[in-house]
Ligand binder design. Structure first.
Ligand code: NAP
Length: 303
């Protein structure tokens, strides 16, 4: 499929014009993972979703977790598809590097801080006029014996992986519903579908996110607003290094974050409710649903 001329010839913004820093929020500086910003990806030609609405206005997306890993890959992918972006993460410098390659405004902020979701939504609407897509990618992990998990870590995992996303959806959704269109893409985890040993709180938070996506999808039927859940298995990002416990299993092997970005794009372009990454991971998820006893016996053997 060839691209329309205006898509091929759209001028790329300069880094100077593209980068706008939210003045009201101080950049956070405690994160140091290198992330994967800087890799560029070819535009795919299979995507049917138009890059502009009927009035010729570019589609706009708000992406959290955009300063690293999956969120950064999603930002690059959406940018390559012609979308205008508002990016959130905590690390202002890494966020700026991602934004340099996209028509993007950045809002560095810790999503666990009171009222941030409100300020972020207001910022996005002021900059772009409308949010067509929210990709909620911010997340952290914690692995280890639940009995030794510090209460502060327990609360942080639930705050970042669940509550912060729910609060942000609560802010963004009324604007989408009023516009009669929009999509919420939540980044879940296989851990939330099948439960993973020594990741009890992370699994619980991601399971709750999955239940939230299902419930909200029913609630929004007919509103023009769609909800997608993207369910990655293991992804090659700084996630494991940052949680302090490396990924040690030989199987399943990690996939690059661009595979998850492809899935997010597929959710948008093909109106998908739920996508596993890689796709075969839906098999253990379905087996657990269809034959939970068998699944538990297998999980006990294979871990
Ligand atoms: N990697 C995997 O194997 C895997 C598998 C399944 C699901 N996931 C999910 O995928 C999502 C992205 O993870 P990733 O692998 O890309 O990890 P990552 O590289 O560590 O990126 C995590 C992102 O979340 C942001 N973040 C963390 N805490 C935040 C907070 N309090 N406020 C605002 N932003 C915050 C980080 O911002 P800063 O870097 O600026 O601090 C960063 O942009 C998460 O929801 C994760 O649970 C990951």
């Amino acid at each position: 499929m060839s691209l329309p001329a205006e898509r091929r010839e759209r001028p790329r913004p300069t880094a100077f014009r593209a980068f706008t820093l939210a003045a009201e929020v101080q950049p956070m500086s405690h994160a140091s993972g290198a992330g994967t910003a800087g890799v560029s990806f070819p535009r795919t030609s299979a995507a049917p979703a138009p890059p502009a609405d009927d009035a010729g206005r570019p589609r706009t997306a708000l992406v959290t977790g955009a300063s690293s890993g999956i969120g950064a890959a999603v930002a690059r992918r959406l940018s390559a598809e012609g979308w205008r972006l508002v990016l959130n993460g905590r690390d202002a410098e890494r966020l700026r590097r991602v934004a340099e390659r996209a028509p993007a405004s950045v809002f560095p902020a810790d999503l666990t801080q009171p009222g941030v979701e409100h300020r972020l939504t207001r910022f996005a609407l002021e900059r772009t006029g409308r949010v067509d897509l929210l990709v909620a990618g911010a997340g952290i992990g914690w692995a280890g014996d639940f009995r030794t998990m510090p209460p502060s870590a327990l609360e942080e995992v639930v705050e970042v992986d669940l509550l912060a996303t729910l609060r942000l959806v609560r802010q963004v959704l009324p604007h989408m519903a009023e516009a009669g269109s929009g999509r919420l893409v939540l980044i879940g985890s296989l851990a939330g579908t099948v439960g993973v040993r020594e990741e009890a709180v992370y699994s619980a938070a991601k399971a709750a996110l999955g239940a939230f996506a299902d419930s909200l999808r029913y609630e929004l039927r007919g509103s023009g607003v769609a909800v997608s859940l993207v369910v990655p298995g293991v992804v090659d990002t700084p996630f494991f290094e940052r949680r302090g416990t490396p990924y040690r299993r030989a199987w399943p092997g990690p996939v690059p974050p661009e595979r998850v970005a492809d899935a997010v794009w597929s959710a948008v372009a093909r109106d998908r409710d739920e996508i596993y990454v890689p796709g075969w991971l839906r098999v253990p998820a379905r087996l657990r649903g269809a034959a939970p006893g068998l699944y538990r016996r297998l999980a006990a053997v294979f871990g």
